[in-house]
Design a protein around this ligand. Structure first.
Ligand SMILES: *Cc1c(COP(=O)(O)O)cnc(C)c1O
Length: 235
């Protein structure tokens, strides 16, 4: 019987290996892609095993879950990523805990993050702009065409630092479609870059989950958000 901790460590090893292979296939350095381990399906104990196995960047999609795990795992030196929708009434409590907000999905939220960062920190909060690349109305995020005209508004929010873009593929299991959507996100980033240069470099592309992270890396992901694949085979 393999222990939960050993299984998690082995899953991590497999995911990291596949990430590195995907990077090499695309002629990229494996060091250019970071794993955000999504712990939303598991408790703090399993998250702790993941940290012990060498994973330092953890992601949660629900703020309350992030608060809870961050409290329990307080001393572990973890960098937390918020990857899901953030309601404005949860901004104040979430901000001090996170190293990167992937889900900057509306101007109102970004304004709230900017205002609250002023009170909380003094330095700038790294955020990604979430883009609804699939056009699925159930998904959060900016429409691709909205971002260009938004630059002047965003420039009025001095305490957030726009690090790049984030997206989710529209339909699970359709890798060709996922690849098209990831490529579209990268192209959008490349198009915005000249106008936004000097203010934000837009280096980060957060895209790819358990079912499609290798495709995402081939299309330029710098951050992949993987949950299920890390916790497979647990009793
Ligand atoms: C849950 C979640 C993930 C991880 O999904 P898996 O398929 O379990 O790897 C990634 N990104 C977001 C935004 C999520 O909500």
């Amino acid at each position: 019987m393999i222990s939960r901790a050993d299984r998690i460590a082995e899953n991590l090893r497999v995911v990291r290996g596949r990430m590195a292979e995907a990077a090499r296939r695309a002629g990229r350095s494996p060091d250019d892609v970071r794993l955000v381990a999504v712990t939303k399906y598991v408790g703090a104990e399993d998250a702790r095993d993941l940290i012990a196995a060498g994973c330092r960047e953890l992601g949660e999609s629900r703020p309350q879950q992030l608060w809870r795990k961050a409290a329990v795992l307080e001393t572990a030196g973890v960098l937390w990523h918020l990857i899901g929708h953030l309601q404005r009434n949860k901004v104040a409590r979430t901000l001090p805990l996170v190293s990167l907000v992937h889900s900057g999905d509306s101007l109102r939220l970004l304004e709230a993050l900017d205002a609250e960062t002023a009170l909380a920190k003094g330095d700038r909060l790294p955020v990604l702009l979430e883009v609804n690349v699939s056009g699925d109305t159930a998904k959060h995020g900016f429409k691709p065409g909205e971002l260009g005209p938004l630059a002047d508004r965003l420039a009025m929010l001095p305490r957030i630092e726009i690090k790049g873009l984030m997206a989710m593929a529209g339909r699970e299991g359709d890798l060709d479609e996922a690849r098209r959507e990831f490529a579209a996100l990268r192209r959008l980033r490349d198009e915005l870059r000249p106008a936004w240069a000097g203010r934000w470099s837009l280096d980060e592309l957060s895209m790819g989950m358990s079912g499609d992270y290798e495709v995402a890396i081939e299309e330029g992901a710098t951050l992949v958000r993987v949950g299920t694949a890390l916790f497979e085979g647990l009793e």
